[in-house]
Design a protein around this ligand. Structure first.
Ligand code: AMP
Length: 113
């Protein structure tokens, strides 16, 4: 099995700029930020994408949302932010380990590109 980039970051074998951690999640800054704050919220468990989620993962996804809310206050710009979970190549997913993008610090347009 080929190595997963985010599993390597979680294991500490590839550096990541960590901004938060719980028993089940890590959060680190995106290497190619698309906003003044761009953080990735990532489960420690290797789950490929939203498409692989099962009912048992429901609490984990809830924890991801709550961590995003907290990080928006702690490292973001507070009230206004965007959460993104790209799912599949055509939707822009490039790393196949589930993650939520937390973006803040600028105005965002809609629809997204
Ligand atoms: P996605 O395209 O939605 O799968 O998001 C993957 C994200 O991972 C992209 O925004 C990349 O910039 C980011 N990324 C890729 N390599 C690294 C890395 N070594 N450290 C932090 N973020 C990364």
């Amino acid at each position: 099995m080929s190595k997963c980039l985010f599993c390597e970051i979680i294991a500490g074998r590839i550096p990541g700029e960590m901004v938060g951690q719980t028993d089940s999640l890590v959060a680190f800054r995106d290497i190619n930020p698309q906003a003044p704050v761009h953080v990735l919220i990532v489960p420690k468990e290797h789950i490929e994408s939203m498409r692989s989620l099962e009912k048992k993962h429901a609490p984990l996804v809830g924890e991801m949302a709550l961590m995003a809310q907290q990080l928006a206050e702690d490292v973001g710009y507070g009230q206004d932010y965007r959460l993104v979970m790209n799912t599949g190549i055509n939707a822009g997913q490039s790393v196949f380990h589930l993650h939520m993008h937390l973006l803040s610090g600028r105005d965002f347009t809609w629809p997204p590109g």
